[in-house]
Design a protein around this ligand. Structure first.
Ligand code: TEU
Length: 612
């Protein structure tokens, strides 16, 4: 993929127009990346000042989590103005400086599009609170359920300027039994408005009513505004939730027994494909071959993803699915983690590889701002194996077929943080879960254990640029504590150490840019029943790559087909001296993988020779 400023139609490897198939995306969580003004919160100028770290890494696209004006109830995923920048992060001039600097370095920038919901501070919502407002149907307002006398409450008793759920309200008359993603009900009563409004996330994130064409056109106009400003695409937040069953029926009771699961009525709802095709017509079709679009889609299936990402259907280029990051969720949900079974992980990723082999395209990720750090989760973040397990996990992921996403700090092997008490957490999901779990009688320490392992704040501790007290992130007091292991886990040390996680990511990304089989090769799983080794091949035009990853801290023998004897080692994560090709006499080829070892072997068939 040759870098450009995004005007001409780009061609990817092998003439395939989709440039993003050979691209690597780097996700930035602006609050935690780099703080240029010492207020303890990262910002746009901080990002601009660290672009060379990303150029050297070799990534092609930056995805920016939200920087729009926001009350920050959910760290920016609650937007009160879509066409500006929150002063916390800078302003539009700082944004334009960043965009220009990104393009000048041949990279692209993708924004976060959060249009399933707005902030409750957005003027659209403020206006909609008036039952007579033309904006009323821009959101999902419903009267209390007819079980009790809605007039018991005196609506004039509340302060008309603020949504005050603790204002006088009839008891538990939510219009349906849906629970929010962030614990509690999915409805909040607005005393001044005399009605409930729907929010699948926090009360500060009321859901937009996409049934209303005015809503859709307002969103498309905003998107066109950013694309005309030079932005190169969008990551679309929970975009498979935008279409709801207008009847908003109750859902089956969830595991917590407190609320109903509304997902059958809003996950990939009745008009979601119609809306995404309309969005493509109204927005993306004006920029052929230039943009990257990825839809975050909790609960999406392989079959649905084929529909969403089939180029012939012009919806989105790829989706973020959640299956592989839910395999260690126990019966009590994500905060009740259980050990990962490697065969489950291999089976899940193989199904997505095979399911989108001939239609559509996969995204590939271990980390983002909602997931705990992968080296702590599926690897070993202790000093002995942190680097090796982090590089093994990266190798296995990046050699799959799809577009890899690197989350800030992943390229350094950053780990989960040692949160001591609930006071160390900042994330609304964690704080609400803690309160609800304690209210349900759970032991605080047990709840904290789940939050330490799976909490989103693990991904949100400041980027570790160096070993200085503020980790080079800020000269002020960070909004969330720096991980104390920054003294040994940081970019400055990693860039000086050729054996570091950082340089391994550079080699992985360079391999994707130079070896077409990494981009286009057919995926074939090997050893599906093995609970210790992840193995597969990628085959493309006479070249076959064999990928091996040891998911244990033990030496593990692996039997390989004879034609892999002495095959070229393209990439490994052992110090050069330790690497060895499949060796040993005799019919089969047994090799021994060292703890957390990863290898990529290559054989290239001479004319007419098979490489299966
Ligand atoms: O996340 C949606 C989503 O599925 C996650 O919230 C998920 O439910 C949770 O993290 C898993 O425990 C998107 C954004 O990525 C997230 O940061 C926002 O909080 C959320 O939408 C609401 O905008």
């Amino acid at each position: 993929m040759d870098r450009q400023d995004g005007n001409a139609v780009e061609t990817g490897a092998d003439g395939d127009e989709a440039w993003w198939k050979s691209a690597v995306v780097y996700q930035i969580y602006p609050r935690s990346f780099a703080d240029s003004n010492g207020d303890g919160v990262g910002d746009l100028d901080g990002i601009t000042s660290h672009l060379d770290h990303l150029v050297e890494l070799g990534v092609d696209v930056l995805w920016l989590s939200p920087v729009y004006p926001s009350p920050q109830a959910d760290n920016g995923y609650d937007i009160s103005d879509y066409q500006d920048v929150d002063p916390l992060f800078g302003d539009l001039a700082a944004f334009d400086r960043l965009l220009a600097a990104v393009h000048a370095r041949g990279m692209r920038l993708v924004m976060d599009l959060v249009v399933n919901h707005t902030s409750d501070r957005h003027p659209w919502f403020q206006e909609s609170r008036d039952p007579a407002s033309p904006k009323r149907s821009w959101y999902w307002w419903r009267p209390p359920r007819e079980t009790v006398d809605p007039n018991a409450a005196d609506p004039t008793a509340v302060d008309p300027t603020a949504v005050d759920p603790t204002a006088v309200e009839p008891p538990a008359a939510e219009p349906n039994n849906w629970g929010s993603f962030f614990s509690g009900p999915a409805w909040t009563y607005d005393g001044a408005s005399g009605a409930y409004y729907l929010h699948l996330f926090a009360p500060g994130q009321p859901d937009l009513n996409w049934e209303n064409p005015e809503v859709r056109q307002a969103v498309y106009a905003m998107m066109r505004w950013w694309l005309e400003r030079g932005v190169d695409g969008f990551r679309m937040d929970v975009v498979n939730l935008i279409s709801k069953d207008p009847a908003l029926p109750d859902g089956p009771l969830r595991g917590d027994g407190l609320y109903g699961d509304g997902s059958p009525s809003y996950l990939c709802g009745p008009r979601v494909h119609e809306y995404l095709q309309e969005m493509h017509r109204e927005v993306f079709a004006h920029h052929p071959g230039r943009l990257l679009t990825v839809g975050e889609m909790p609960g999406v299936t392989v079959e649905q993803a084929r529909l969403f990402t089939d180029p012939a259907r012009v919806e989105v280029d790829m989706v973020f699915q959640f299956e592989h990051v839910s395999l260690d969720h126990g019966p009590g949900g994500k905060f009740d983690p259980r050990p990962l079974r490697l065969t489950d992980l291999k089976a899940s990723l193989a199904r997505w590889q095979q399911g989108l082999a001939d239609t559509g395209w996969n995204s590939l990720y271990w980390n983002n701002h909602d997931q705990p750090r992968i080296v702590s989760r599926f690897g070993d973040d202790g000093p002995r194996h942190r680097v090796r397990s982090a590089t093994m996990l990266a190798t296995v992921l990046h050699l799959h077929r799809g577009t890899p996403y690197v989350y800030q700090g992943e390229e350094l092997g950053m780990t989960n943080a040692p949160f001591a008490s609930i006071g160390d957490f900042r994330d609304i999901e964690a704080l609400n879960h803690y309160a609800q779990a304690l209210a349900a009688g759970q032991e605080p320490e047990r709840v904290l254990r789940g939050l330490r392992a799976m909490g989103r704040d693990n991904a949100r501790t400041p980027m570790q640029w160096d070993a200085t007290p503020g980790a080079g992130f800020s000269t002020g007091t960070p909004w969330i504590a720096v991980n104390p292991n920054h003294t040994t886990v940081n970019a400055a040390d990693a860039r000086r150490d050729p054996g570091s996680v950082y340089h391994h990511y550079r080699r992985l990304i360079a391999l994707r840019h130079s070896e077409p089989a990494v981009v286009h090769g057919d995926f074939t799983p090997l050893l599906p029943e093995d609970e210790r080794v992840y193995a597969f091949t990628r085959r493309h035009r006479g070249t076959t790559l064999l990928v091996l990853g040891n998911f244990t801290g033990e030496h593990v023998p692996v039997d390989l087909p004879p034609h892999w004897r002495g095959a070229e080692l393209v990439l490994g994560n052992l110090p050069a001296a330790g690497a060895e090709g499949p060796a040993g006499p005799g019919p089969g080829t047994t090799t021994v993988l060292a703890p957390w070892e990863a290898r990529v072997h290559r054989i290239t068939a001479t004319a007419g020779e098979s490489t299966r």
